[in-house]
Ligand binder design. Structure first.
Ligand code: NAD
Length: 364
């Protein structure tokens, strides 16, 4: 199977879909890999490292000719899509729930789109779970950004000049990103509390050494393990309870999300105004609008001495390891779709059928 790996076009994207380690494994398994020049450069993988792993290089215009699959991190640009032959496999974060236009464009072109977001979260598919691998990186980076910005030391320090109290951190949303944020903040020495609407996470939060903050709001969990959107009454109750408790914290990492929906608004401006000057909120949900009313996606804002970090695409800031994990996820998916290095799609299979968001026979 001939794979093409373009350089990501989005301006803030430093990741690459395949790293040399996985290129070597795929090449040994019957895949032929063609890369665009400098595709991995921003993630710390120079062209020479790919050549050593068995990849070849093409100019962008020739990259897709004869390619059976195109492997991306984000969605391909419209110009790229127009160069794809019908039936080509496209793998990436294709945003099936939020980018209807992009999905329609792939469908019109008659390509086979496999969205990493749509892979069912079953045990068998865990090695392909790029949502989890990238959320892990985002949760880690969120704490590092907070630690960099907050004018306090995270750990308790006992020095000749006396004792310094540790940072108190609150993590809202204890999914994959939130749990990694808890672990990272704990490793830095903070005292951590966390909250989620899914009651099942209390045990996970406590097993990481954080306290579960009870805001008196319990939501429903879907069959897929995701949170259901709260009712307006529950959301108002959550905001009010949070407003009471938030002044206790120096750092707030917020990751609350409901798939396919705008991020729930949890922290109103009035709550931010009750925080101590110097406190920091990192809004990991900024990309889908943010959990904080003051968040501006892609920006860092200050309000009454409180910093609200709305930096988007946190995994791209850790492009080397984020790419390494993503690449392993993608390789698992490719090996699932083409076990002997040749495409063999089994539409009865839950992973193949679940991940596929456009098929040629679905073309209008
Ligand atoms: P996500 O990114 O969709 O959401 C992040 C968190 O926000 C979730 O924990 C959600 O409950 C929480 N949330 C939503 N609304 C909230 C609100 N109003 N207030 C506070 N928190 C709110 O979720 P995710 O991190 O991708 O994972 C969600 C679930 O999927 C988890 O149960 C996780 O264990 C499960 N999962 C399963 C597998 C598997 O292979 N079996 C792999 C990864 C994740």
């Amino acid at each position: 199977m001939r794979l093409a790996v373009p350089r990501e076009a989005a301006p803030d994207e430093r990741r690459v879909a395949l790293v040399p380690e996985t290129v070597a494994k795929l090449a040994a398994g019957g895949f032929e890999i063609r890369m665009e020049h400098r595709a991995g450069e921003a993630a710390g993988f120079p062209d020479a490292s790919y050549t050593d792993a068995g990849a070849t290089f093409e100019q962008a215009e020739a990259l897709f000719s004869g390619a059976e699959a195109v492997v991306h991190v984000g969605r391909p640009s419209d110009a790229e899509i127009s160069r794809l032959a019908p039936g080509t496999v496209v793998v990436g974060f294709l945003q099936p729930l939020t980018d209807a236009q992009g999905i329609a464009r792939l469908r019109e072109q008659g390509v086979l789109g496999f969205a990493l977001e749509s892979i069912p979260r079953i045990t068998r598919a865990q090695p392909m779970d790029a949502l989890s691998s990238q959320a892990t990186v985002a949760g880690y980076k969120a704490v590092i950004l907070a630690a960099d910005r907050v004018p306090r030391l995270f750990p308790m320090l006992m020095t000749a000049a006396g004792t310094i109290a540790p940072v108190r951190a609150l993590v809202i949303g204890a999914g994959v990103a939130g749990l990694q944020a808890i672990a990272t903040a704990r490793r830095l020495g903070a005292i951590v509390s966390a909250f989620d609407v899914r009651p099942a996470v209390q045990e996970q939060v406590e097993s990481l050494g954080a306290a579960f903050l009870d805001l008196g709001v319990r939501g429903e969990e879907t069959a897929g393990g995701y949170a259901q959107e709260l009712t307006p009454e529950q959301q108002a109750q959550q905001q009010a309870a949070l407003e009471e408790r938030i002044p206790d914290f120096d750092v707030v990492i917020t990751t609350a999300a409901v798939p396919g929906r705008p991020a729930p608004k949890l922290i109103p401006t009035s709550a931010v105004e009750r925080m101590r000057p110097g406190s920091v909120i990192v809004d990991v949900a900024a990309e889908t609008g943010g959990n904080c009313e003051l968040t501006r996606p892609g920006e860092v804002v200050e309000h009454g001495g409180v910093t609200v970090i709305g930096t988007t695409n946190l995994p791209s800031l850790m492009a080397h390891h984020a790419s390494q994990l993503y690449s392993r996820n993608v390789a698992s998916l490719l090996q699932h779709l083409a076990p002997e290095g040749t495409l063999a799609l089994d539409w009865e299979d839950e992973i193949t059928a679940g991940a596929c968001v456009t098929r040629p026979e679905m073309a209008p």
